[in-house]
Ligand binder design. Structure first.
Ligand code: PRX
Length: 715
């Protein structure tokens, strides 16, 4: 293991930004108390026997090579058109270049090299949501054909050139990875927007990335309904136009080829209906473009502390090496496995662990279109049984939901998993145990993988067959990764102290994002300024990566992630910025002030709750709450729908006028509000508390079709 003690430790950095209790941040002590260390569970014996030796050999090789050369182990999993000459160029931290001088193509690595060896192996088994529709097998050979045809269309009809950005707003059907890989084949940069995001959200991302081309679909299945997706595209194009970006080409895949399933007609001259429009490119070969290792592969927009989502930019060689390497070490994926990751490709988990990692290794993946509980909570287990899935990957939210709706369902089916992965949120020990016992039937290794959009791939997890598992704790860092927990002054919090702090990574790794698209200053200030002591320093030791997560580490080096310490709410494992939701609320003319806080939720982990105060003279607060819900849905999407909207007479504020979100959060979560005597008007806290808690009713979960629960206070 190179990550411990082999690098020179930087002098404990002093924070340039002094911590201020402005009421927004959750204190470290407050989050630490929730964590109780669990007894370790040994790795299943047969896995330990089969995997232990190879994993140990891998760790030994990493340790022998040392940082940064250890990452060659991952890069060696790929086929390089031109070998690299330098593993890491760290001359300009925090902008790093990996595998410098090398050239490769991501689509070649994910398709051609496997299609040559085993053309008829399934790359994907596509499972449509309607249970009566047959499973569609996409072999490596057919994937290559479809990618090449789409790539030639993009290049010849849509005029896409190397380096151009292409926005993709597609659901979970094979057309999504086909389009991504077609972009990669010709060196275009894809920017996939989760299909559940609204047209407006998509349009803002089109504008930020400067895409002239949008790829979408007419309709897709979600929870038993065929949703018309075309209006979202029109809204996206109109929104982008307002922001000065015109979209010249729209590629519309048909969910049912030849049967257009939308009420919005295609626009002549701008829209092309696929796959029909590909007929003239049938059989067309498009050689993969050998791209420099550091050429951007894709953008993925993610929420941060301001209202504007940031385009996280990932490169080709570093990212692909890291995802391939971690897919091998953590998921232990091999070509003979059948793997199913229930995430959506519209989020980073899907990019790294449905598309790039598994395909780079030549594995077979299940691609499921719909929601896991449709038509009932036995669906995932039926799919797993029918398709012989042996490596399964999902989020704590999905596990909680499946457990709640069908705790005994897994017993009814004859699947057998070897590895069970979880990602995206902290998992509570009782949920972990059900996953291990009911789903894993006590014979699978559970890997709780911690990472982020920005990190490209998994940074912390136990290795299956090698490490003991600890319910609720992600585990130790992966080989080559060097985390530390720092307090607000930059002093390291010792392992086993029971104290929490800010999780940072001391060394760079190949999966680390390259920059924020078009905003390198924001990249530096968001992720590195927090603990950097000398902005001019060229020494990477001075530039720890600030994750934005709070964490604690036990004496044996296992990390427990406690959640975000910034203005990000992790809803069902999906990142939403409170500021984004607040700005949607503020777009309603009658709203004077808005504050969004996370409330604990039994299934989703966290859900947003909105507090607003209204402008004087508003006569119909109920209507305003409805307008707020509409604004959030149109500007962001249904996933950001608040559980409750509270109209309060006044916001709790500091004397300098800052809204005390911490107080609102304590009220919604029924925690002690703490000392409020320093507030401008402490009485307001009690008034809000009575409004929210005195209401008596238990929590009401808002379903997508329901307006959120509304309450209004005295005006
Ligand atoms: O708070 C952490 C949480 O998810 C955040 C990253 O979200 P996103 O960029 O959308 O990527 C999600 C998929 C990697 C992190 O900052 N998170 C992720 N994995 C875990 C987690 N929290 C606890 N345990 C995890 N295993």
């Amino acid at each position: 293991m190179p990550s411990r003690g082999r690098t020179q430790r930087p002098p404990a950095p002093r924070s340039r930004r002094r911590p201020v209790d402005d009421g927004d941040s959750v204190s470290e002590a407050e989050i630490a108390v929730h964590w109780k260390e669990e007894e370790p569970v040994g790795p299943p014996a047969d896995l330990a026997a089969s995997l232990g030796p190879s994993e140990r050999a891998l760790r030994a090789r990493f340790a022998r090579l040392g940082f940064p050369e250890c990452f060659r182990v991952y890069a060696d999993l790929l086929t390089w058109e031109q070998p690299w000459t330098r593993t890491l160029d760290d001359s300009r931290p925090p902008f790093y270049r990996w595998f410098v001088g090398g050239r490769l193509n991501a689509s070649f690595n994910c398709i051609d090299r496997h299609a040559r060896r085993f053309p008829d192996r399934a790359a994907f088994r596509f499972v449509p949501e309607p249970p009566d529709e047959p499973v569609v097998t996409v072999t490596y050979r057919s994937l290559q054909r479809r990618v090449e045809e789409t790539a030639s269309f993009l290049r010849e009809r849509a005029g896409v050139r190397m380096g151009d950005r292409v926005t993709i707003h597609l659901p979970m059907t094979p057309e999504l990875p086909v389009t991504m890989l077609a972009c990669a084949r010709i060196g275009a940069v894809h920017s996939v927007v989760f299909a559940g995001f609204s047209g407006e959200a998509c349009g803002r991302r089109i504008a930020d990335s400067g895409s002239r081309v949008l790829v979408t679909m007419d309709a897709f299945w979600r929870n038993g309904r065929l949703l018309d997706h075309r209006p979202a595209a029109e809204l996206a194009i109109a929104t982008a136009a307002q922001d000065g970006q015109s979209v010249d080409h729209v590629l519309v895949w048909e969910r049912y080829p030849g049967r257009y399933s939308s009420r919005t007609p295609p626009v002549t001259g701008r829209d092309a209906l696929l796959p029909d429009a590909l007929l003239e490119f049938a059989g067309r070969r498009v050689p993969p473009e050998p791209m420099p290792s550091e050429a951007p592969l894709f953008l993925m927009y993610t929420s941060g502390t301001t209202g504007r989502p940031k385009g996280v930019q990932h490169g080709t060689g570093g990212y692909l090496s890291y995802t391939a390497g971690t897919t091998r070490t953590v998921l232990d994926l091999h070509p003979e496995d059948v793997y199913w990751c229930l995430a959506d490709i519209g989020w980073i988990t899907g990019h790294s662990y449905i598309v790039y990692g598994p395909l780079a290794l030549g594995a077979t993946s299940v691609l499921y279109e719909g929601v896991p509980t449709f038509p009932d909570s036995g669906r995932p287990w039926r799919i797993a049984e029918a398709l012989n899935v042996n490596v399964f990957h999902t989020s704590p939210t999905a596990i909680r939901l499946l457990r709640k709706l069908g705790p005994a369902e897994p017993e009814r089916y004859r699947f057998r998993f070897r590895i069970l992965a979880t990602v995206g949120e902290p998992i509570e020990p009782q949920t972990w145990r059900w996953y291990y016992e009911a789903v894993g039937k006590r014979s699978a290794a559970v890997v709780d993988t911690w990472w982020q959009t920005e990190t490209g791939g998994i940074l912390c997890s136990t290795l299956p067959g090698l490490d003991a598992m600890k319910p609720g704790s992600t585990g130790p860092p992966l080989p080559g990764i060097d985390p530390a927990i720092l307090d607000d002054r930059g002093v390291e919090v010792p392992d086993g102290s029971g104290r929490a702090g800010n999780l940072v990574l001391r060394t760079p790794w190949p999966g680390l994002m390259q920059t924020i698209w078009n905003d390198p200053d924001r990249f530096v200030s968001t992720y590195f300024a927090r603990y950097n002591t000398d902005p001019k320093s060229r020494d990477w030791r001075r530039w720890p990566y600030f994750s934005g997560d709070g964490a604690t580490r036990t004496a044996d080096g296992y990390l427990r992630i406690l959640g975000r310490i910034d203005d990000v709410i992790n809803v069902a494992g999906h990142r939403l910025g409170t500021k984004e939701i607040e700005s949607a609320c503020l777009s309603v003319p009658d709203v004077a002030e808005a504050a969004v806080i996370p409330e604990a939720d039994e299934v989703k982990g966290r859900v947003p709750v909105v507090y607003v105060s209204l402008r004087p003279g508003v006569s119909d607060p109920i209507r305003v709450t409805r307008d707020i819900a509409d604004a959030i849905e149109t500007q962001i999407g249904k996933i950001a729908q608040p559980k409750e909207v509270w109209v309060v007479p006044e916001m709790p504020k500091t004397r300098s006028g800052k809204i005390m979100r911490r107080v609102l959060s304590a009220i919604s979560n029924r925690r002690d509000v703490g000392d409020v005597t320093t507030l401008a008007d402490p009485a307001v806290v009690e008034e809000i508390r009575r409004l929210v808690q005195g209401a008596g009713a238990g929590p009401v979960r808002s379903r997508p079709s329901d307006p959120p629960r509304k309450r209004t206070g005295p005006r």
